[in-house]
Design a protein around this ligand. Sequence first.
Ligand code: NAI
Ligand SMILES: O=C1O[C@H](COP(=O)(O)O)[C@@H](O)[C@H](O)[C@H]1O
Length: 300
Amino acid sequence: MDEPVLLTGAGGRVGQAILRGIGGDYQWRLLDREPLPAAKVPAGVTDADRYVADITDERAVREAVADVGAVIHLAGDPRKTAPWDSVLRNNIDGTQVVMRAAAEAGVEKFAFASSNHAVGGYETEERTPDLYRPDDDYRLDGSELPRPGNLYGVSKAAGESLGRFYHDEFGMSVVCVRIGNLTRDHPPREYERGQAMWLSHRDCAHLFDRCLRADYGYEVVYGISDNDRRYYSIERAREALGYDPADNSADYTFEGKPKSDRDTETNGGRYGEDSFASDADRPAPESPAEPNFPADPDDA
Ligand SMILES: NC(=O)C1=CN([C@@H]2O[C@H](COP(=O)(O)OP(=O)(O)OC[C@H]3O[C@@H](n4cnc5c(N)ncnc54)[C@H](O)[C@@H]3O)[C@@H](O)[C@H]2O)C=CC1
Ligand SMILES: O=C1O[C@H](COP(=O)(O)O)[C@@H](O)[C@H](O)[C@H]1O
């Protein structure tokens, strides 16, 4: 794959997890509608490689994708309670603009941040809460149809369909990552669903690294850590991408404390230190909720 890599939504939670993990490994172009403070930008990224633009701005997006080898597309409204006008603009129209520009520019690989909410409708009353527990063997594996439980999930399902279209029509490799629940240093506290779909920061960076390095056509995979509690299979991510997660929410108590000195995200370990020089740059362990949209009411 030719570099650079365009990362949209670079200033957000997922973008920062990726940059802290693999920020030193690629030549980046960073796009966000909010200017990124220096602390959010890996060393070596020049001002010319930082785009302050909205993803619905076709001209700006075309400029940002020119000559890139790959795109990681994260920008959008991440709220599960997001209203239709916002997901229509930021998630559906915005994704179409970025994917079309990438396909027309001949970008080789495109990783799209889909969501667990694209399939939230499978969590029926009959299945929950057993579904969230380690002894339950129900699994979604990415081959099932989307079944959104909210309009945000509908917008993610639409993004997956756009990816299918731009793969089939233009030959662009597209991987849709149905991301679970990203938190740093420990799984979501006292939250069974969140612990079943936890994605640690280092597994997140590793997974998107695999999206940049692996060879694939069109894929839908789940983006979670190797949790004992889970109802999403990570087999397809392992097979198609070579994903090999390091973390498991079972290594933490229900309250989020590491159970031992084992290789937990809290202890650092297998994927080493993050790419940013100083701990002073790190956000507080519990990153604030959505910086650019009002928080989901039940996340408060
Ligand atoms: N954080 C999580 O656990 C999960 C996140 N996702 C998806 O991952 C992606 C990133 O999520 P987070 O980092 O958590 O969200 P975030 O809100 O922390 O970051 C999103 C970033 O995108 C930028 N952005 C939003 N709309 C934009 C637009 N129209 N044009 C340009 N930039 C725009 C924002 O300024 C922000 O920096 C989203 O698409 C979200 O739906 C999916 C599942 C779980
Ligand atoms: O798509 C997303 O999902 C995660 C997890 O969902 P939740 O309903 O368990 O909170 C959410 O935290 C994130 O904000 C959202 O973008």
